[in-house]
Write a protein that binds this ligand. Structure first.
Ligand code: URA
Length: 215
């Protein structure tokens, strides 16, 4: 496959992708959302059922919580770039394997990184962490720490919103605070590279007003 010279070309190539069996179990691949000028790339795991229905990454329950967390540091989704390691929803919403993640991400996510040239990458959860840091990485051990990707981009992983949603009580409160501090650190790192970046468009974006069900 030829490497894409624009997001438009990449989008068309992604729509036609049949490179792995996951494509057979979903409605269609789910690409990216947000500003193509963003200095921050946020990388989730892969589409769930709601994302497969609407064709937008992180629009379902996890995405709603992500939006709240981003707004707590005054970021709106339209001002950053969100995507996933894997583009097709695995059947039954199972977690993709490390091999599935790497196969898909080398084909698509790596091209997104090349085109966007983000100043910072924020990984959500262990699938994203393992793509950038290797299969032995552990989110509980490595969250909140800065690394550098092979392309020289600062990378930090935080807890995935779906993990926060599964917690309750004090454990949930503590994990949410950790995510908040990680987001503050990420924002500060971007600001050092792009002073004065316009992080929000005044109020959280309602993704369900922008996307309709695909079928
Ligand atoms: N979880 C993710 O990591 N990404 C999505 O797009 C949806 C849920």
């Amino acid at each position: 496959m030829e490497s894409a010279d624009s997001f438009d070309t990449l989008k068309k190539q992604l729509e036609d992708c049949t490179a792995c069996p996951l494509r057979g179990d979903c409605q269609a691949p789910v690409g990216w959302f947000g500003s193509l000028e963003s200095p921050l790339m946020i990388v989730g795991e892969g589409p769930g059922g709601v994302e497969d229905d609407y064709g937008c990454p992180l629009i379902g329950p996890s995405g709603q919580l992500l939006d709240k967390a981003l707004w707590s540091v005054r970021i709106t989704r339209d001002r950053v770039y969100t995507t996933n390691v894997i583009k097709c929803r695995p059947k039954g919403n199972r977690t993709p394997t490390v091999e599935e993640g790497a196969f898909c991400a080398r084909r698509w996510l790596d091209q997104e990184i090349r085109l966007l040239q983000p100043k910072v990458i924020l990984g959500l959860g262990s699938v994203a962490l393992r793509y950038f840091r290797g299969p032995d990485a552990r989110i509980t051990r490595e969250r909140g720490q800065w690394y550098t990707t092979t392309e020289g981009i600062p990378f930090l992983a935080t807890f995935h919103p779906s993990y926060l949603l599964r917690l309750s009580g004090q454990a949930q409160i503590a994990a949410k605070w950790e995510v908040f501090h990680d987001l503050e650190a990420v924002k500060a790192k971007v600001e050092a590279a792009v002073p004065g970046y316009n992080w929000n468009s005044g109020a959280p974006v309602h993704l369900f007003e922008l996307f309709r069900k695909r079928n």
